[in-house]
Each structure stands twice: as structure tokens, then as C-alpha cells.
Write a protein that binds this ligand. Structure first.
Ligand code: FES
Length: 107
């Protein structure tokens, strides 16, 4: 299992457990995390799964995928160097303990 912590804009913190191979987005949807909408279902056609990878995890989540920068341009909230589309972060055992923060709005 891979533990993931979601921290909402208001500070509400939710800890979940996921399977390796899941995406951060799919876990958020399955667990009913309010801050992730994922309108396109993970096909990188929206930016409503925007999240901020917490300090110290960016090396392990890796760089943005091809096309991710372009899609993040349509994100509602500020895009920072920590911004990712959560549907493009696939969980591995190396990401056990991952912390992601959620923007105030997605749409
Ligand atoms: Fe649409 Fe991630 S769910 S880009």
C-alpha cells in the first residue's frame, strides 16, 4: 500500500491508502476528496485535477509529462513550480507518504 495525504486549501487533511499503479487523481476520486474534480477522467484534457506536490516530493514524482504544462495553463488557481496534474502522478512504493496540497478551486 502507498499512503497519500491530501491537504485541502482550508487545511483539512485526509490520509488515504492506495495501490501502486493508481494515480493520485483516481485515489482522490475514489476517496471523495473534494478538492479534485477530474472532469476529463484522467486523459489530460482538463486541469481540474490540479494539485501542488509538497516540498521534498518533487524529485520522486518526477517532471511534468509532455503536454502537462499546456493544460496547466488553463488551471483556475495559481500555477507554481510544484503544480502537477494529479492524473499524471502514478503511485509507486517510492511515493509512500506522498503529500499533495489542493488549490482553492478547480472550476
Ligand atoms: Fe483531466 Fe487530470 S483529470 S487533466
Amino acid at each position: 500500500m502507498v499512503k497519500v495525504t491530501f491537504i485541502a486549501h482550508d487545511g483539512e487533511t485526509t490520509h488515504v491508502e492506495a495501490e501502486p499503479g493508481d494515480t493520485v487523481m483516481s485515489v482522490a476520486i475514489a476517496e471523495g476528496i473534494d478538492g479534485i474534480v477530474a472532469e476529463c477522467g484522467g486523459s489530460m484534457m482538463c486541469a481540474t485535477c490540479h494539485c501542488y506536490v509538497d516540498d521534498g516530493w518533487a524529485d520522486r514524482t518526477g517532471p511534468r509529462m509532455d503536454g502537462e504544462d499546456d493544460m496547466l495553463d488553463s488551471a483556475v488557481c495559481e500555477v507554481t513550480p510544484a503544480s502537477r496534474l494529479s492524473c499524471q502522478i502514478r503511485l509507486t512504493e517510492a511515493l509512500d507518504g506522498l503529500v499533495v496540497r489542493l488549490p482553492e478551486d478547480q472550476v
